[in-house]
Design a protein around this ligand. Structure first.
Ligand code: PFF
Ligand code: NA
Length: 459
C-alpha cells in the first residue's frame, strides 16, 4: 500500500529501509536546497554562515530527526494520534499533542509560499524549452525573471498548477508510484547538479566560489544570520512539523533510526552544497550580486544554460527535476493537514484535500502580490527586526525561523526530559555511548542552542 494512506487499516510497513529513505529524502530535498540555501548563503556572507548551518544540521537537526522518527515509530499512528498514544502509554501530559498542531499550522503557511516558488520552476520549464535562454546576457536573463515577478496573473497561473499537482497526489492518498519515481528522479537531479558543477568548474569562477562557500569570515556573521542558519536546518530537513514523525510510523522495528536519519541528512546537505557549487561560480564570473535574494538561482543557472552546449535540453530537464523535488516536498507539507482534518474533523480525504489546498492556495495570493503590487507593503515593519519585510518575507521568516525551531524544541524537550528513557533505548537500539551522546545532545545542547538563538535575536 502507499506510504501515507490515510486509513490505519491499510497501514503497512515500509518494505525496506530504502523505501523510508526515499520518502524522507523526497520530503527533505526540495526548493530549500536549490532555491533557498544558495540565496540565504549569499545574503549572509558565505563561509561562516555555511559553517554554522552545517553545525546546526549535526548538533540540532540530526538528533531531532532521530527523535521525530522514534516518536513516530513508537506511536505507530499519525503524529497527533501517536503523541496521544504515547501520552497515555508513558503517562505524559496531553498538551504534548500540541506538537502535532504546530506542524499543521506550519505546513499550511509554508505550502502557501512554497507553491508560489514551485510555480516559478514550472514557468522556467517553458522558458528553457523554448530556447529563450540561449546566448542571453546576464541583463536579459535578469529581465526575464523580473518580467515574471511583475506579472501577478502569470504567477497565479503557475502557482495554481503547482498546487493542483500537490493536491491530486494527496487526494488520491497513493504515494507508491511517486516513491518509485523518487528513486529515479532524485539521482537524476543529483547527476544534473554534478553536470552543472562541472560546467561551473570549467567556465565559472570556481576558486572564488569555493572560498566564498568554505572559507569562513566571521566578521560577516550576524546574530540574525545565525537564526537564519538554524531555521534553515529545520526547514531543509523537514523538521519541527511532525513530517518525519508521520514517516517514522511506517518504519519497521528492526531498522536503525540513527543510520537512516543520518543518511537522509547527508543526502540533503550534499544536494544543498552542490547547488551552491553550481551557482556561485556563475555569480562571480558574471559580476552578479551574491546577496541578490530569492531570485538568485533563476538569474544564474539560466545564464549557464544559455551558454553551455545543449543548454536548452539541460535547462528543461533541470527545471522538471526541480519541480519534482518541490512536488514531493509539497505533498509532505499538505499531508499532515489532511490527516489531521480526517482524524479530528472526520472529513473524508478528498474533501479535506480540496478544503485545505484551496485555503492554502488563496493564502499564496498574498505572497504573489508581495512580489509586485504589494512589494512596498511591510505589515510588521514597525518591529525593527521585521523592517521592510513583505508578507512573503514574513511567512518565510515566521515559519522557518520561529515555528519550526519551536516545534523542534518541543520534540527535543519531549524526548530529552519527558519520555521514558527505557522506551527510547529500546526504540533506538544504539550502543550505550551512542545513546548517551544522542540523549545528552537532545536534553541539553539542542534546547539551549535554540533558546540562546531565540533570545539573542529578540534583544
Ligand atoms: N525540506 C523541504 C525543502 O528543503 O525544500 C521543505 C519542507 C518540506 C519543509 C516539508 C518542511 C516540511 F515539513
Ligand atoms: Na531540504
Amino acid at each position: 500500500s502507499g506510504a501515507l494512506e490515510g486509513s490505519n487499516a491499510k497501514r503497512g510497513l515500509w518494505s525496506s529501509r530504502l523505501a523510508f529513505i526515499l520518502a524522507a529524502t523526497g520530503s527533505a530535498v526540495g526548493l530549500g536546497n536549490i532555491w533557498k540555501f544558495p540565496y540565504i548563503t549569499g545574503e549572509n556572507g558565505g563561509g561562516a554562515f555555511v559553517l554554522v548551518y552545517l553545525a546546526c544540521i549535526a548538533v540540532v537537526g540530526i538528533p531531532i530527526m532521530m527523535a521525530e522518527v522514534m516518536i513516530g515509530r513508537r506511536g505507530g499512528r499519525s503524529p497527533v494520534n501517536s503523541l496521544r498514544l504515547i501520552a497515555e502509554r508513558d503517562r505524559l501530559h496531553p498538551a504534548w499533542k500540541l506538537v502535532g498542531a504546530v506542524g499543521v499550522l506550519a505546513g499550511f503557511l509554508i505550502l502557501s509560499f512554497y507553491s508560489v516558488i514551485g510555480g516559478w520552476a514550472v514557468s522556467y520549464v517553458g522558458t528553457a524549452a523554448s530556447g529563450q535562454l540561449a546566448g542571453q546576457s546576464a541583463d536579459a536573463i535578469g529581465a526575464i525573471f523580473s518580467g515574471l515577478l511583475s506579472d501577478p496573473g502569470t504567477l497565479l497561473m503557475w502557482h495554481t498548477v503547482f498546487m493542483a499537482l500537490v493536491m491530486v497526489v494527496v487526494a488520491k492518498g497513493v504515494r507508491s508510484g511517486l516513491e518509485r519515481a523518487v528513486s529515479i528522479l532524485m539521482p537524476g537531479l543529483f547527476i544534473l547538479l554534478l553536470v552543472m558543477v562541472g560546467y561551473a568548474m570549467t567556465s565559472g569562477s570556481f576558486g572564488q566560489a569555493v572560498s566564498f562557500l568554505f572559507e569562513p569570515d566571521f566578521s560577516k556573521l550576524t546574530t540574525s544570520g545565525i537564526l537564519v542558519a538554524l531555521g534553515h536546518a529545520f526547514f531543509t530537513l523537514s523538521l519541527g512539523m511532525a513530517v518525519m514523525m508521520a514517516y517514522g510510523s511506517y518504519l519497521p522495528k528492526n531498522i536503525s533510526i540513527a543510520k537512516t536519519s543520518i543518511t537522509v541528512s547527508v543526502i540533503d546537505t550534499g544536494v544543498a552544497l552542490l547547488a551552491g557549487l553550481a551557482i556561485f561560480p556563475i555569480v562571480f564570473a558574471n559580476g552578479l550580486e551574491p546577496g541578490a535574494g530569492p531570485g538568485l538561482i533563476f538569474q544564474t543557472l539560466p545564464l549557464a544554460f544559455g551558454q553551455m552546449p545543449m543548454g536548452s535540453l539541460f535547462g528543461t530537464l533541470f527545471f522538471v527535476l526541480l519541480i519534482f523535488a518541490a512536488w514531493t516536498s509539497g505533498i509532505s507539507l499538505l499531508e499532515p493537514i489532511v490527516e489531521w482534518l480526517e482524524e479530528q474533523k472526520g472529513m473524508n480525504r478528498v474533501v479535506s484535500t480540496l478544503g485545505a489546498g484551496t485555503v492554502c492556495w488563496a493564502l499564496g495570493i498574498a505572497s504573489i502580490l508581495s512580489l509586485n503590487l504589494w512589494s512596498d507593503v511591510a505589515p510588521l515593519g514597525f518591529i525593527p527586526m521585521l523592517e521592510g519585510k513583505t508578507i512573503f518575507d514574513l511567512l518565510d521568516f515566521f515559519t522557518a525561523n520561529i515555528l519550526l525551531p519551536l516545534g523542534g524544541l518541543l520534540v527535543a524537550l519531549l524526548a530529552g526530559w519527558v519520555m521514558s528513557r527505557q522506551a527510547m533505548e529500546n526504540e533506538l537500539s544504539l550502543s550505550a555511548p551512542a545513546f548517551t551522546l544522542w540523549f545528552v545532545t537532545l536534553r541539553y545542547i539542542t534546547p539551549v542552542a535554540v533558546a540562546v538563538v531565540f533570545i539573542y535575536n529578540l534583544m
